[in-house]
Design a protein around this ligand. Structure first.
Ligand code: ZN
Length: 371
Protein backbone atom coordinates (compact mmCIF):
# COMPACT_ATOMS: atom_id res chain seq x y z
CA UNK A 1 0.00 0.00 0.00
CA UNK A 2 2.58 2.46 1.17
CA UNK A 3 4.85 1.72 -1.72
CA UNK A 4 2.04 2.27 -4.21
CA UNK A 5 1.10 5.57 -2.65
CA UNK A 6 4.76 6.60 -2.82
CA UNK A 7 5.02 5.63 -6.49
CA UNK A 8 1.86 7.46 -7.36
CA UNK A 9 3.12 10.65 -5.71
CA UNK A 10 6.46 10.40 -7.49
CA UNK A 11 4.69 9.73 -10.73
CA UNK A 12 2.49 12.81 -10.34
CA UNK A 13 5.49 14.97 -9.53
CA UNK A 14 7.27 13.66 -12.60
CA UNK A 15 4.23 14.37 -14.72
CA UNK A 16 3.93 17.91 -13.38
CA UNK A 17 7.66 18.48 -13.90
CA UNK A 18 7.63 17.16 -17.48
CA UNK A 19 4.46 19.08 -18.36
CA UNK A 20 5.99 22.37 -17.21
CA UNK A 21 9.34 21.59 -18.78
CA UNK A 22 7.67 21.24 -22.17
CA UNK A 23 4.97 23.91 -21.87
CA UNK A 24 6.75 26.72 -20.02
CA UNK A 25 4.63 28.28 -17.29
CA UNK A 26 1.07 27.34 -16.34
CA UNK A 27 -1.38 28.20 -13.60
CA UNK A 28 -2.07 25.60 -10.90
CA UNK A 29 -5.53 25.14 -12.36
CA UNK A 30 -4.08 24.50 -15.82
CA UNK A 31 -1.67 21.93 -14.40
CA UNK A 32 -4.51 20.09 -12.65
CA UNK A 33 -6.73 20.14 -15.72
CA UNK A 34 -3.98 19.05 -18.13
CA UNK A 35 -3.04 16.05 -16.00
CA UNK A 36 -6.51 15.18 -14.64
CA UNK A 37 -5.43 15.80 -11.03
CA UNK A 38 -7.62 17.16 -8.25
CA UNK A 39 -6.76 20.60 -6.90
CA UNK A 40 -5.53 19.32 -3.50
CA UNK A 41 -3.26 16.75 -5.22
CA UNK A 42 -1.94 19.37 -7.62
CA UNK A 43 -1.24 21.86 -4.83
CA UNK A 44 0.45 19.31 -2.57
CA UNK A 45 2.78 18.15 -5.35
CA UNK A 46 3.53 21.62 -6.69
CA UNK A 47 4.37 22.82 -3.19
CA UNK A 48 6.70 19.91 -2.59
CA UNK A 49 8.52 20.53 -5.86
CA UNK A 50 8.78 24.23 -5.00
CA UNK A 51 10.31 23.38 -1.62
CA UNK A 52 12.90 21.29 -3.46
CA UNK A 53 13.68 24.29 -5.64
CA UNK A 54 12.69 22.42 -8.81
CA UNK A 55 9.67 24.62 -9.53
CA UNK A 56 9.34 28.36 -8.98
CA UNK A 57 6.82 31.13 -9.37
CA UNK A 58 6.73 32.80 -12.76
CA UNK A 59 4.76 35.66 -14.28
CA UNK A 60 1.68 37.08 -12.53
CA UNK A 61 -1.74 35.98 -13.69
CA UNK A 62 -4.02 38.83 -14.84
CA UNK A 63 -6.56 39.43 -12.09
CA UNK A 64 -9.18 41.97 -11.15
CA UNK A 65 -8.08 42.48 -7.57
CA UNK A 66 -6.62 41.01 -4.43
CA UNK A 67 -3.25 39.29 -4.26
CA UNK A 68 -2.07 38.41 -7.74
CA UNK A 69 -1.47 34.71 -8.17
CA UNK A 70 1.51 33.65 -10.22
CA UNK A 71 2.05 30.97 -12.81
CA UNK A 72 4.33 28.04 -11.97
CA UNK A 73 7.40 27.12 -13.98
CA UNK A 74 10.45 24.90 -13.82
CA UNK A 75 13.46 26.52 -12.18
CA UNK A 76 15.76 25.98 -15.17
CA UNK A 77 18.96 26.50 -13.23
CA UNK A 78 18.23 23.74 -10.74
CA UNK A 79 19.68 21.10 -13.05
CA UNK A 80 21.75 20.61 -16.21
CA UNK A 81 22.49 18.00 -18.87
CA UNK A 82 25.43 17.80 -21.25
CA UNK A 83 25.44 16.64 -24.85
CA UNK A 84 28.56 15.39 -26.64
CA UNK A 85 28.58 15.17 -30.42
CA UNK A 86 31.20 12.87 -31.91
CA UNK A 87 31.88 13.46 -35.60
CA UNK A 88 34.71 12.61 -37.99
CA UNK A 89 36.57 15.87 -37.43
CA UNK A 90 35.58 17.27 -34.04
CA UNK A 91 33.85 16.73 -30.75
CA UNK A 92 31.20 19.25 -29.70
CA UNK A 93 29.79 19.87 -26.23
CA UNK A 94 26.58 21.64 -25.23
CA UNK A 95 25.15 22.15 -21.76
CA UNK A 96 21.43 22.84 -21.38
CA UNK A 97 19.44 23.71 -18.29
CA UNK A 98 16.19 22.01 -17.32
CA UNK A 99 14.25 24.24 -19.71
CA UNK A 100 16.43 23.12 -22.62
CA UNK A 101 18.18 26.50 -22.84
CA UNK A 102 21.85 26.45 -23.81
CA UNK A 103 24.08 27.29 -20.84
CA UNK A 104 27.49 26.55 -22.39
CA UNK A 105 29.08 25.33 -25.61
CA UNK A 106 32.50 24.14 -26.68
CA UNK A 107 34.06 22.21 -29.50
CA UNK A 108 37.47 20.73 -30.05
CA UNK A 109 39.10 19.26 -33.13
CA UNK A 110 39.47 15.53 -32.63
CA UNK A 111 39.57 12.64 -35.06
CA UNK A 112 37.61 9.94 -33.30
CA UNK A 113 39.18 6.49 -33.04
CA UNK A 114 38.38 3.59 -30.78
CA UNK A 115 41.52 4.20 -28.72
CA UNK A 116 41.85 4.81 -24.96
CA UNK A 117 43.67 8.12 -25.47
CA UNK A 118 40.86 9.45 -27.67
CA UNK A 119 38.23 8.58 -25.03
CA UNK A 120 40.43 10.26 -22.42
CA UNK A 121 40.54 13.43 -24.52
CA UNK A 122 36.75 13.44 -24.73
CA UNK A 123 36.51 12.93 -20.97
CA UNK A 124 38.98 15.79 -20.46
CA UNK A 125 36.94 18.12 -22.67
CA UNK A 126 33.79 17.25 -20.73
CA UNK A 127 35.43 17.94 -17.38
CA UNK A 128 36.60 21.35 -18.65
CA UNK A 129 33.08 22.31 -19.71
CA UNK A 130 31.61 21.17 -16.40
CA UNK A 131 34.28 22.89 -14.33
CA UNK A 132 34.12 26.18 -16.18
CA UNK A 133 30.34 26.44 -15.76
CA UNK A 134 30.33 24.93 -12.25
CA UNK A 135 27.69 22.42 -13.30
CA UNK A 136 29.09 19.45 -11.40
CA UNK A 137 26.66 19.29 -8.48
CA UNK A 138 23.64 19.85 -10.65
CA UNK A 139 24.56 17.56 -13.53
CA UNK A 140 21.84 14.98 -14.19
CA UNK A 141 23.24 13.10 -17.16
CA UNK A 142 25.19 13.10 -20.39
CA UNK A 143 23.90 12.35 -23.89
CA UNK A 144 26.31 11.24 -26.59
CA UNK A 145 25.53 11.59 -30.28
CA UNK A 146 27.38 8.95 -32.27
CA UNK A 147 27.23 8.18 -36.01
CA UNK A 148 26.24 4.54 -35.81
CA UNK A 149 23.69 1.99 -34.64
CA UNK A 150 23.50 1.88 -30.85
CA UNK A 151 22.03 -0.82 -28.65
CA UNK A 152 21.53 0.79 -25.22
CA UNK A 153 20.17 -2.45 -23.74
CA UNK A 154 23.31 -4.38 -24.55
CA UNK A 155 25.34 -1.21 -23.91
CA UNK A 156 27.22 -1.30 -27.17
CA UNK A 157 27.77 0.33 -30.53
CA UNK A 158 26.46 -2.31 -32.93
CA UNK A 159 27.95 -0.75 -36.03
CA UNK A 160 29.44 2.45 -37.38
CA UNK A 161 30.15 2.58 -41.10
CA UNK A 162 31.93 5.87 -40.90
CA UNK A 163 34.39 4.80 -38.18
CA UNK A 164 34.58 1.19 -39.38
CA UNK A 165 33.46 -0.18 -36.00
CA UNK A 166 31.45 -3.19 -34.95
CA UNK A 167 30.37 -4.28 -31.47
CA UNK A 168 32.17 -1.74 -29.31
CA UNK A 169 31.18 -1.76 -25.65
CA UNK A 170 29.93 1.49 -24.13
CA UNK A 171 32.20 0.73 -21.16
CA UNK A 172 34.75 2.87 -23.00
CA UNK A 173 32.48 5.86 -22.34
CA UNK A 174 31.50 4.80 -18.83
CA UNK A 175 35.18 4.72 -17.89
CA UNK A 176 35.72 8.36 -18.72
CA UNK A 177 32.29 9.77 -17.78
CA UNK A 178 31.28 9.42 -14.13
CA UNK A 179 27.64 10.41 -14.75
CA UNK A 180 24.58 8.60 -16.14
CA UNK A 181 24.95 8.41 -19.91
CA UNK A 182 22.83 7.68 -22.94
CA UNK A 183 24.44 7.09 -26.32
CA UNK A 184 22.25 7.52 -29.39
CA UNK A 185 22.52 7.61 -33.15
CA UNK A 186 23.39 11.10 -34.46
CA UNK A 187 20.21 11.60 -36.52
CA UNK A 188 18.12 10.45 -33.56
CA UNK A 189 19.84 13.02 -31.34
CA UNK A 190 19.32 15.81 -33.88
CA UNK A 191 15.62 15.03 -34.04
CA UNK A 192 15.21 16.13 -30.40
CA UNK A 193 15.94 19.72 -31.38
CA UNK A 194 12.48 19.73 -32.98
CA UNK A 195 10.61 18.25 -30.01
CA UNK A 196 8.19 20.84 -28.69
CA UNK A 197 5.10 20.94 -26.52
CA UNK A 198 2.94 21.22 -29.64
CA UNK A 199 4.93 18.73 -31.68
CA UNK A 200 5.54 15.35 -30.06
CA UNK A 201 4.85 13.05 -33.05
CA UNK A 202 6.93 13.51 -36.18
CA UNK A 203 9.41 12.10 -38.64
CA UNK A 204 12.74 13.87 -38.76
CA UNK A 205 14.80 13.77 -41.96
CA UNK A 206 18.45 14.62 -41.40
CA UNK A 207 20.14 15.85 -44.58
CA UNK A 208 23.68 15.48 -43.30
CA UNK A 209 26.83 13.90 -44.72
CA UNK A 210 25.18 10.63 -43.94
CA UNK A 211 21.46 10.99 -44.54
CA UNK A 212 19.42 9.63 -41.67
CA UNK A 213 16.22 10.10 -39.80
CA UNK A 214 14.24 9.43 -36.69
CA UNK A 215 10.65 8.76 -35.79
CA UNK A 216 9.38 10.35 -32.62
CA UNK A 217 6.10 9.20 -31.14
CA UNK A 218 4.68 10.83 -28.01
CA UNK A 219 8.05 12.45 -27.44
CA UNK A 220 9.93 9.14 -27.58
CA UNK A 221 12.21 7.60 -30.15
CA UNK A 222 10.98 4.54 -31.99
CA UNK A 223 13.83 2.04 -31.92
CA UNK A 224 12.70 -1.02 -33.90
CA UNK A 225 13.93 -4.62 -33.80
CA UNK A 226 17.58 -3.79 -34.41
CA UNK A 227 17.77 -0.10 -33.37
CA UNK A 228 17.64 0.89 -37.03
CA UNK A 229 14.32 2.72 -37.15
CA UNK A 230 14.66 5.78 -39.34
CA UNK A 231 17.60 4.56 -41.44
CA UNK A 232 15.91 6.36 -44.29
CA UNK A 233 19.19 7.17 -46.02
CA UNK A 234 19.22 3.58 -47.22
CA UNK A 235 15.71 3.41 -48.61
CA UNK A 236 16.06 2.88 -52.35
CA UNK A 237 14.79 5.90 -54.31
CA UNK A 238 16.14 4.95 -57.72
CA UNK A 239 16.40 1.23 -58.59
CA UNK A 240 19.83 0.52 -60.07
CA UNK A 241 20.84 4.12 -59.39
CA UNK A 242 23.94 5.73 -57.91
CA UNK A 243 26.19 3.66 -55.67
CA UNK A 244 25.74 4.34 -51.96
CA UNK A 245 28.56 4.02 -49.42
CA UNK A 246 26.63 1.07 -47.92
CA UNK A 247 27.23 -0.91 -51.11
CA UNK A 248 23.69 -0.78 -52.50
CA UNK A 249 22.54 1.13 -55.55
CA UNK A 250 20.04 3.98 -55.58
CA UNK A 251 19.84 4.73 -51.83
CA UNK A 252 18.39 8.08 -50.73
CA UNK A 253 21.80 8.95 -49.29
CA UNK A 254 23.36 8.95 -52.76
CA UNK A 255 20.82 11.59 -53.89
CA UNK A 256 20.30 13.69 -50.79
CA UNK A 257 23.64 13.99 -49.01
CA UNK A 258 24.97 17.60 -49.08
CA UNK A 259 27.86 16.16 -51.12
CA UNK A 260 25.49 15.95 -54.07
CA UNK A 261 25.21 19.76 -54.03
CA UNK A 262 28.66 20.85 -53.03
CA UNK A 263 31.20 18.68 -54.87
CA UNK A 264 34.19 20.73 -53.83
CA UNK A 265 32.47 23.99 -52.82
CA UNK A 266 30.48 24.65 -49.62
CA UNK A 267 26.72 24.83 -49.19
CA UNK A 268 27.02 28.62 -48.75
CA UNK A 269 28.63 28.82 -52.18
CA UNK A 270 26.04 26.49 -53.70
CA UNK A 271 23.08 28.54 -52.45
CA UNK A 272 24.76 31.81 -53.45
CA UNK A 273 25.10 30.47 -57.00
CA UNK A 274 21.49 29.34 -56.91
CA UNK A 275 20.40 32.85 -55.89
CA UNK A 276 22.42 34.32 -58.72
CA UNK A 277 20.40 32.14 -61.06
CA UNK A 278 23.19 29.93 -62.31
CA UNK A 279 21.61 27.45 -64.68
CA UNK A 280 23.51 24.26 -63.86
CA UNK A 281 23.10 24.89 -60.12
CA UNK A 282 19.35 25.37 -60.58
CA UNK A 283 19.15 22.01 -62.40
CA UNK A 284 21.05 20.21 -59.66
CA UNK A 285 18.80 21.77 -57.01
CA UNK A 286 15.63 20.91 -58.90
CA UNK A 287 16.65 17.24 -59.10
CA UNK A 288 17.61 17.28 -55.44
CA UNK A 289 14.19 18.63 -54.42
CA UNK A 290 12.48 16.06 -56.62
CA UNK A 291 14.21 13.22 -54.79
CA UNK A 292 13.51 14.84 -51.46
CA UNK A 293 9.82 15.14 -52.35
CA UNK A 294 9.68 11.42 -53.18
CA UNK A 295 11.38 10.45 -49.92
CA UNK A 296 9.18 12.74 -47.83
CA UNK A 297 5.90 11.63 -49.39
CA UNK A 298 6.88 7.94 -49.08
CA UNK A 299 7.43 8.53 -45.37
CA UNK A 300 4.10 10.33 -45.14
CA UNK A 301 2.35 7.39 -46.80
CA UNK A 302 3.92 4.95 -44.34
CA UNK A 303 3.54 6.95 -41.15
CA UNK A 304 0.94 9.70 -41.64
CA UNK A 305 2.93 12.10 -39.45
CA UNK A 306 4.32 15.63 -39.64
CA UNK A 307 7.71 15.67 -41.34
CA UNK A 308 10.54 17.97 -40.29
CA UNK A 309 13.56 18.30 -42.57
CA UNK A 310 16.80 19.23 -40.85
CA UNK A 311 20.50 18.60 -41.05
CA UNK A 312 22.96 20.73 -43.02
CA UNK A 313 20.76 21.14 -46.09
CA UNK A 314 17.62 21.52 -43.95
CA UNK A 315 19.06 24.77 -42.60
CA UNK A 316 18.93 26.31 -46.11
CA UNK A 317 15.56 24.91 -47.11
CA UNK A 318 13.05 27.48 -45.83
CA UNK A 319 12.92 29.72 -48.97
CA UNK A 320 12.37 26.64 -51.16
CA UNK A 321 9.64 24.95 -49.14
CA UNK A 322 6.88 26.03 -51.50
CA UNK A 323 8.69 24.49 -54.46
CA UNK A 324 9.22 21.32 -52.44
CA UNK A 325 5.56 21.21 -51.37
CA UNK A 326 4.47 21.63 -54.98
CA UNK A 327 6.66 18.71 -56.04
CA UNK A 328 5.39 16.66 -53.10
CA UNK A 329 1.78 17.29 -54.16
CA UNK A 330 2.55 15.29 -57.33
CA UNK A 331 3.37 12.27 -55.18
CA UNK A 332 0.68 12.63 -52.53
CA UNK A 333 -2.86 12.53 -53.80
CA UNK A 334 -4.35 12.09 -50.32
CA UNK A 335 -3.55 15.53 -48.97
CA UNK A 336 -5.23 18.72 -50.12
CA UNK A 337 -2.25 20.77 -48.94
CA UNK A 338 1.19 19.49 -48.16
CA UNK A 339 1.02 21.32 -44.84
CA UNK A 340 2.78 18.49 -43.01
CA UNK A 341 6.19 19.29 -44.52
CA UNK A 342 8.41 21.61 -42.48
CA UNK A 343 12.00 22.68 -42.56
CA UNK A 344 14.03 23.70 -39.56
CA UNK A 345 14.32 27.47 -39.65
CA UNK A 346 17.60 29.14 -40.55
CA UNK A 347 17.95 30.33 -36.95
CA UNK A 348 18.33 26.69 -35.96
CA UNK A 349 21.43 26.25 -38.09
CA UNK A 350 23.49 26.41 -34.96
CA UNK A 351 21.47 23.62 -33.44
CA UNK A 352 24.09 20.96 -33.48
CA UNK A 353 24.20 17.30 -32.58
CA UNK A 354 25.57 18.29 -29.18
CA UNK A 355 22.43 20.27 -28.40
CA UNK A 356 20.25 17.39 -29.60
CA UNK A 357 22.19 14.94 -27.42
CA UNK A 358 21.80 17.24 -24.45
CA UNK A 359 18.04 17.57 -25.02
CA UNK A 360 17.77 13.78 -25.30
CA UNK A 361 19.63 13.45 -21.98
CA UNK A 362 17.15 15.92 -20.51
CA UNK A 363 14.23 13.73 -21.67
CA UNK A 364 15.87 10.65 -20.17
CA UNK A 365 17.45 12.00 -16.98
CA UNK A 366 15.63 15.30 -16.35
CA UNK A 367 13.08 13.97 -13.87
CA UNK A 368 15.82 12.23 -11.86
CA UNK A 369 16.14 15.60 -10.13
CA UNK A 370 12.96 14.80 -8.17
CA UNK A 371 13.96 13.37 -4.79
ZN1 ZN B 1 22.80 2.92 -48.78
Amino acid sequence: MHENAGNMKENNQERIFNLLRRQGSLTKQEIGTSLGLSMPTTLANVNELMEQGILEEGEAIESTGGRRARKIQVNGKSGFCVGIDITTSQVGFAVTNLMGEVAAKKSMPLKFQDEPKVYEQIGGGLEQVIKRGRFKNKLLGVGISFPGIIDMQAERIVQSHIFGLEYVSLDRFHKIIPYPIIVENDANCLSFVELKAERSDYVYISLNRTVGGAIIQKGQLMTGDGFRTGEIGHMVLVPGGRICYCGKKGCADAYLSPNVLTEEASLDVFFARLQEGEEETAKVWDRYLEHLAILATNLRMALDMEIVIGGEVGAYLEPYMNVLRKKASEYDKFARDIDYLHSISASRREHTGALGASLLALEVFGSSIIK
